[in-house]
Design a protein around this ligand. Sequence first.
Ligand SMILES: C[S@@+](CC[C@H](N)C(=O)[O-])C[C@H]1O[C@@H](n2cnc3c(N)ncnc32)[C@H](O)[C@@H]1O
Length: 291
Amino acid sequence: MDKWQQQEFPMTLADFDFLRNLAYSHTGIVLPERKKQMVYSRLSRRLRTLSFKTFSQYCRYLETNTQELPEFINALTTNLTAFFREKHHFVHLDKQICPQWLANKQKRIRIWSAACSTGEEAYSIAMTLYGRIDLNLFDLKILATDLNTQVLETAKKGIYSAEVLPTIPANFSSKYTKPLPKTEHFSIKQRIKDLVHFKQLNLLQPWPMNGPFDVIFCRNVFIYFDSETKKRIIKKFRTLLSDGGYLIIGHSESINDFAADFEFVGQTIYRAKQRSAPFLSSHLQQLQGAE
Ligand SMILES: C[S@@+](CC[C@H](N)C(=O)[O-])C[C@H]1O[C@@H](n2cnc3c(N)ncnc32)[C@H](O)[C@@H]1O
């Protein structure tokens, strides 16, 4: 008998295939054979909670109970994140992108943190821009979305362990966070929270926003997708970005095969090229067709 049949919760090859196909079709996340242990341990908790004895029972349950799907997805996603993760992106936002907005006197600024996990990325963007942009003159909004409903609850609360406070630059943490008395936690101040709007969104499903966005952060999620999914999403990002808008991806990710609509700025930062006349006319035709 193979080792997966001898575990606390036996898992057959067919069970694993069912689970990974379900994950792929709903989230785009690819789960190769080497991720089997991870799948086993993340879902074991669900089996324990639901008092199932085998993965086959859990698979049958998933087939017939659609309300389990979000729990399944929440259990499977990897949500590792940090404040000011890949710091150079925030330096670029502060030193290169923000001065362009100020010089152009661009009033409306929209940023999207796509796959925001527990919110640290979106709050890092908000802290970077808060003191730089006069909110009486500029209309700044940060949309932060994720597939996982559980991480979004944490994100909306904006309460984090005091252990991670040193990852926020001291000049920001002193202004934009406050300790929560008698706890080992701190909270993000309301003025920073007010800039960020958290919503659930699956990158694989239709997006309700019209854009245009000036910057899209989509970091450390393409690593879970295959080329086809990446290609589709990058194309959609371009349609929602303004000309000259920025797409920022994670350090170990590459979109070079699908980046014809972008110029590479450096350090996993891309800039949307000017739209060509044929693109504009086909876009116009689509809009007219939709009327
Ligand atoms: C590793 S975290 C990255 C968080 C943050 N962007 C960063 O770089 O620190 C990846 C996030 O992608 C989300 N995710 C995975 N598949 C998704 C999908 N199809 N649609 C939206 N979010 C997805 C996960 O729920 C998870 O929170």
